[in-house]
Design a protein around this ligand. Structure first.
Ligand code: AMP
Ligand code: GLY
Length: 421
């Protein structure tokens, strides 16, 4: 098969890595890709806003399958466009993508299908929302309805903070039109799990879970980020909880997708809070998580392209995905200043030495080649992904690699995977 992957993060690098390991892969392209991806795929720069350019590229290169990484392309309807041009796509339709692109849409879906989620209210008016927060029980969680690059969720411990947040969203338009509508929901206590399953018209196949680290600094301090590290498995997630996730969340979600007649062919990512009263859905994402994907694909035994082929034929139902029983940890190396302002074009040395360490894969995110040197070009720069017999051994490996890279322009969390020990 000739495969095209869309995206430029470490998530997409790990997707390319998994595709490349499949015997079914003949040639691999990536738009736009990064310095790491260009070592295993042919990277092209094509403006994806101009959809017909992409169609032409797919026809010219005889692309058999397009794998869409980031949600923005799904929200733009790229999967529908490619399907309407007879190109196979891994990724849900624009309509189904609203499960991620509109929080109120996802909440209504959850409620309609009796799936546990935090109690909430929707608001379009600043005045009515201000009145509500004046008598709410704190903490509360305020969320912009639309996509806000993971920054649209604010946990408010006090009334004053809630009022300031409403001002930011409604008056100062911090999230632009994504904040025209908001939801306010109750705060859930527990631990978070990112759970993943492939879905099609007739069923689903479970991939597994990983625990993410969203805050920028050790001990879950600092601003929220796209994710600073992840690991699996975790002792926290017992078989009993996994069973509950399947019964109370996966099955009703599948039935709900069917009722809505959504075209869902792709991965569905459940952001869960495991509370004392069981698992609750915090959010749906209609794509792989980053850095969770890097962790999960390293343990995947079943041929990745075989899963996707079955997914596109609506034949997932009878598939049991096999994973290695190993522990995997991913530590993100980010530019100093991320998720705020950071410098670019900083040279990364020592990568060829670091790459030699056994059982470690270095997936690139914000990197590019300049004058034969790899330089940084984004906030999250590398995903160091180590695999071993236990989380503590995997941790040792990942941190050893980071000490070899010794990038003075960057930082990383030292406590990834520690909540498992
Ligand atoms: P979201 O973008 O909806 O995943 O929210 C970002 C982060 O905010 C989540 O990963 C949680 O850490 C936190 N969060 C969101 N909703 C809630 C909630 N109802 N209770 C507690 N924490 C929440
Ligand atoms: N790591 C969380 C996400 O990809 O949204």
């Amino acid at each position: 098969m000739n495969i095209l992957v869309l995206g430029s993060g470490a998530r997409e690098h790990s997707i390319c890595w998994a595709v490349k390991r499949s015997k079914k892969c003949k040639s691999l392209y990536c738009i736009p890709g990064n310095a790491g991806i260009s070592e295993i795929a042919i990277c092209k720069k094509i403006d994806l806003e101009k959809k017909n350019n992409l169609n032409k590229f797919c026809k010219d290169k005889n692309i058999d399958l397009v794998i869409i990484g980031p949600e923005k392309y799904l929200e733009n309807g790229l999967s529908d466009y490619l399907r309407s041009n007879d190109i196979n796509v891994f990724g849900p339709s624009k309509k189904a993508s609203r499960l991620e692109s509109s929080k109120s849409f996802a909440k209504r879906f959850l409620k309609k299908n009796y799936i546990n989620t935090a109690k909430y209210k929707e608001f379009k008016s600043y005045a009515i929302a201000m009145k509500y927060v004046s008598s709410a029980k704190y903490p509360i969680v305020i969320k912009a309805d639309g996509l806000a690059s993971g920054k649209g969720v604010i946990i408010c411990n006090k009334k004053k903070q809630a009022e300031e947040t409403l001002d930011l969203i409604f008056k100062q338009k911090k999230f632009g039109s994504a904040g025209n509508k908001i939801i306010i929901e109750e705060y859930l206590n527990g631990f978070e799990v990112s759970y993943f399953a492939f879905f099609d018209k007739n069923g689903y196949a479970k991939l597994g879970y990983a625990l993410d680290h969203k805050r920028a600094y050790d001990n879950d301090i600092g601003p929220n980020t796209g994710g600073m590290g992840a690991f699996c498995p975790s002792k926290l997630l017992t078989r009993k909880i996994e069973k509950e996730i399947e019964e109370k969340i996966l099955i009703p979600t599948f039935k709900g997708l069917k009722k809505e007649k959504f075209i869902y062919r792709g991965i569905l990512f459940f952001g869960l809070m495991i509370t004392d009263s069981g698992p609750f859905v915090i959010e749906y994402n209609v794509r792989f998580g980053d850095p969770e994907c890097q962790v999960l694909l390293r343990n995947l035994q079943t041929d990745f392209l075989k899963i996707i082929e079955l997914n596109l034929k609506d034949k997932l139902r009878n598939l049991r995905i096999r994973n290695d029983k190993k522990s995997v940890i991913c530590v993100v190396l980010a530019s100093k200043g991320y998720p705020g302002n950071f410098k670019k074009d900083k040279v990364l040395n020592n990568l060829s030495k670091a790459k030699c360490i056994k059982d470690v894969e270095i997936f690139h995110a914000g990197t590019l080649l300049r004058n034969n040197k790899i330089v940084s070009s984004g906030g999250r720069v590398l995903s160091i992904t180590a695999k071993a017999d236990s989380i503590s051994l995997a941790r040792k490996l990942a941190y050893k690699v980071l000490s070899i890279i010794a990038w003075k322009e960057g930082f990383y969390r030292k406590d990834i995977g520690q909540k498992n020990l």
